[in-house]
Write a protein that binds this ligand. Structure first.
Ligand code: 4AD
Length: 434
């Protein structure tokens, strides 16, 4: 390549208008009019069109460009020009190329493919503009949540992934051997975060969690990521306020900072604009009435399924909290309502537009005697939870927390019908590859 030019990225191209630059890129697509070749180029930070005019480059350069296959890798040199018609706002007048590798025939050609085929080629599929946009939004959601929590004085604490006991029931635990002992992959960091809240006040964890669930639905992953805040001296009411403020912040942040990505996904953002605190709240009892009124059969004491959640969400134009579920439907650690012991001080946050539950939270039991009773009722070995009982013996305080499922949140904000596209390499029933 001739003149030395500055190596930059497509994401930074606006700083180089009128300059000669060099980009490391992959070829996404190529069109030719005989005298001009239009090269769609991507480098992960964005897309740009390179325009190569036959009369302005050497015959070798022209031929090299003509031979490029989809996903070939190359360095490209040229002058950056503003162009209102181009989606990125810029184009490059190409003066030279240096091919790094001519790609073999790319399996994901620019046409429709079946889902299973795409999932088998997930390692390549993530290069597509749509998948790239989702992964960018995912990263930005993580950043927005952490920024918000850090700004509110929460401290990040990392719970273990290998655990000796369960948090969310024993039916979907992933078992493994831990030398001579039995161990499980974590279902939730919550119990450890309760210990951390007693040490640091307001804490949160962010990490992968595992559920060996035999459910094959649009919303279930075997491995998913959760953000789990836990707060000492915070009751049920305040817990809801923290959740709605955090979720509203995340949605508004994405609307502001990921406009291009939302456009690639063709996301209608009008519903997201409305996601501002406070969120409406209904009790489980009211939700049951609502379902019956709408003609859906549902008895008190059952747990809501996806169709029920969707029906409930239809009555609201913001995420809605469902609170005070029957004790029997929920985990052992939730505090009963002091005025009505058959329900617990908990909430599920249901996203609008049919995206279902994105957050589950509760006030935790702080009375040691009641907690002991619950261990017995749930047939959990007290021995394994001795350390957890200690938290109720040495300065027990009212405390609450919640878990936000990252992938369901990504699906909702991006407007995707299935969680399989919300995580780089999904782990689902019947899917461990790639
Ligand atoms: O309601 P869950 O099971 O709550 C807990 O694990 C609590 N210990 C959290 C806490 O209070 N610290 O899960 C919380 C969220 C759900 O609302 C959902 O968004 C997500 O985690 N989730 C899943 N996401 C994808 N696939 C699955 N199999 C999921 N199970 C739960």
């Amino acid at each position: 390549m001739g003149v030395r030019s500055v190596l930059t990225t497509i994401g930074n191209i606006s700083a180089h208008v009128g300059e000669k630059v060099k980009l490391g890129v992959w070829l996404y697509n190529r069109r030719s009019s005989g005298k001009i070749q239009f090269l769609q180029l991507r480098d992960g930070t964005g897309m740009i069109q390179g325009v190569m005019v036959k009369s302005q480059v050497s015959p070798e350069t022209w031929e090299q460009a003509a031979d490029l296959t989809q996903e070939s890798s190359l360095y490209i040199e040229g002058t950056v020009r503003e162009d209102e018609r181009s989606p990125s706002g810029f184009e490059m007048d190409v003066t030279g190329i240096e091919v790094i590798q001519t790609a073999e025939e790319y399996p994901i050609a620019l046409k429709e493919h079946g889902v299973e085929f795409l999932m088998d080629h997930r390692h390549l599929w993530i290069r597509s503009p749509r998948q790239r946009s989702i992964l960018r939004i995912r990263a930005e959601i993580i950043r927005a949540m952490q920024d918000w929590l850090n700004g509110e004085g929460f401290t990040l604490v990392d719970p273990p992934v290998l655990t000796p006991s369960s948090c969310e029931g024993t039916t979907n635990l992933f078992h493994t051997k831990y030398f001579d002992e039995d161990a499980y992959l974590t279902q939730s960091g919550q119990l450890y975060m309760e210990a951390a809240a007693m040490a640091l006040g307001r804490v949160y964890s962010f990490g992968p969690t595992f559920r060996a669930e035999k459910s094959k639905t649009r919303r279930h992953l075997i491995e998913f990521w959760m953000i789990e805040p836990e707060m000492a001296f915070v009751d049920h009411e305040e817990n809801l306020r923290i959740q709605e403020r955090m979720v509203a912040h995340v949605v508004q942040h994405i609307l502001q900072h990921c406009r291009d990505e939302l456009k690639v996904l063709k996301r209608d953002t009008s519903a997201l604009e409305k996601v501002k605190a406070p969120f409406p709240r209904i009790t489980y009892d009211e939700a049951v009435h609502l379902l019956n009124r709408e003609g859906m059969e549902f008895s008190w004491g059952e747990d809501f399924g996806a169709p029920h959640e969707t029906k409930i969400a239809e009555s609201f134009d913001k995420p809605v909290f469902i609170t005070h579920y029957p004790t029997g439907t929920k985990a052992f650690y939730m505090k009963p309502d002091p005025e009505r012991s058959e329900v617990v001080l908990c909430d599920d946050l249901i996203a609008p537009e049919g995206y279902g539950e994105v957050v589950g939270g509760s006030q935790r039991i702080d009375d040691p005697r009641l907690l002991e009773e619950r261990f017995q009722q749930h047939q959990l070995s007290q021995e394994a939870y001795e350390w957890y009982m200690d938290l109720r013996k040495y300065g027990s305080v009212p405390h609450s927390g919640f878990g936000l499922g990252l992938e369901r949140t990504v699906a909702w904000i991006c407007g995707l019908d299935h969680v399989r596209e919300t995580i780089p390499f999904p782990r689902m029933l019947n899917r461990l590859y790639p």
